[in-house]
Design a protein around this ligand. Structure first.
Ligand code: GDP
Length: 304
């Protein structure tokens, strides 16, 4: 399966660390739990979420008296899946576009290099394959390369890209995109933006202006503000999520580059800690390499 393959590096790394932690031990005791804590933290699960997981396993050991180390992977899988389920909104597997208005507008934010454009291209591909009419808006007018890249993705996938010259007002590009999309009966609009986190006030104002202007065409817009995070940066992705949430209301997360990294555990921490659902995960550079995130499948893949 693509998920298993994509998570291979993280899985191998976690598996090796757990094997080392339980080497020569038959039962899960305090030493094993200490080592396990270190395994989870060094796997980028994050301290708070790691402590919650360890506590749950501790309770289980106290209850069952004897827990064999050979069961540890299964126990981790169960405890993490149930922890994530308790702390989250529903799975997104059955997610569909809402039917009460068109187009559905996704505003995409995130710093450069995290895989924003690629994720937009992949999303456009999936929506198109599902029979939806998609429009893309090149509102990252700050870098010429950003506009070029999204145009390339538009051609690759076969969806129109609305753009203006470099340096144009992003809000104006967003307005044009929505106007064209609406006039042509589009189902989905995905707007790329520049993610200059080092200029927080500038970014905040820019996003606010984009949102305000979009509402003149589609009152519900944006339906979704998606933050794209690079999973291979581990705890940095976590920090970026916090910083972006302070700048604008984020309603969904896409975590990319999980295929090339052993830091995939970061998805567990983010999924547990942030109030925003992880909606998509990126597992490669190709069009098909984007999946709706499902907690149970994710955990099954990692500890299966
Ligand atoms: P942007 O600057 O945020 O728009 O980033 P890009 O979309 O240009 O992506 C930066 C680099 O990351 C490119 O080389 C992409 O091919 C690569 N990339 C994006 N998503 C993924 C992913 O899920 N897996 C892998 N392996 N590479 C990715």
């Amino acid at each position: 399966e693509t998920l298993d393959k994509g998570l291979e590096k993280t899985k191998t790394s976690v598996f090796e660390k757990i094997s080392r932690a339980i080497a020569g031990k038959n039962t899960v005791d305090d030493d094993v739990l200490d080592d396990l804590e270190e395994v989870l933290i060094t796997s980028d699960v994050g301290v708070d979420t790691t402590l919650k997981i360890i506590e749950r396993i501790q309770q289980r050991v106290a209850r069952d008296k004897y827990v064999s180390t050979s069961e540890l992977n299964n126990i981790l899988r169960e405890e993490i899946a149930s922890l994530l389920e308790e702390n989250n909104t529903g799975d997104l597997d059955d997610w569909e576009l809402p039917s009460d208005h068109k187009p559905y507008v996704i505003l995409v934010v995130g710093v450069n290099g995290v895989g924003k454009t690629t994720t937009i291209g992949k999303l456009a591909y999936q929506f198109k394959r599902a029979g939806k009419k998609v429009y893309l808006g090149a509102a990252d007018t700050f870098r010429a390369a950003a506009v070029e890249q999204i145009v390339i993705w538009g051609e690759r996938v076969g969806v129109p890209v609305v753009k203006q010259q470099m340096g144009a007002d992003p809000a104006s590009v967003a307005f044009d995109t929505l106007a064209s999309a609406k006039a042509n009966g589009a189902d989905v609009v995905i707007i790329d933006t520049a993610g200059r986190l080092h200029n927080k006030v500038g970014l905040m104002n820019e996003l606010k202006k984009i949102k305000d202007v979009m509402k003149k065409v589609v009152p519900e817009a944006p339906d979704e503000v998606m933050l794209v995070l690079d999973g291979s940066t581990g705890q940095n992705a976590f920090e970026q999520a916090k910083q972006f949430s302070a700048v604008t209301e984020v309603s969904s997360l896409a975590i990319t580059k999980l295929d090339g990294t052993a830091k995939g555990g970061v998805v567990i921490g983010i999924s547990d800690q942030l109030k925003v659902p992880v909606k998509y995960i990126g597992l490669g550079e190709n069009m098909e390499d984007l999946q709706l995130f499902n907690r149970r499948n994710f955990v099954d893949s990692l500890f299966g």
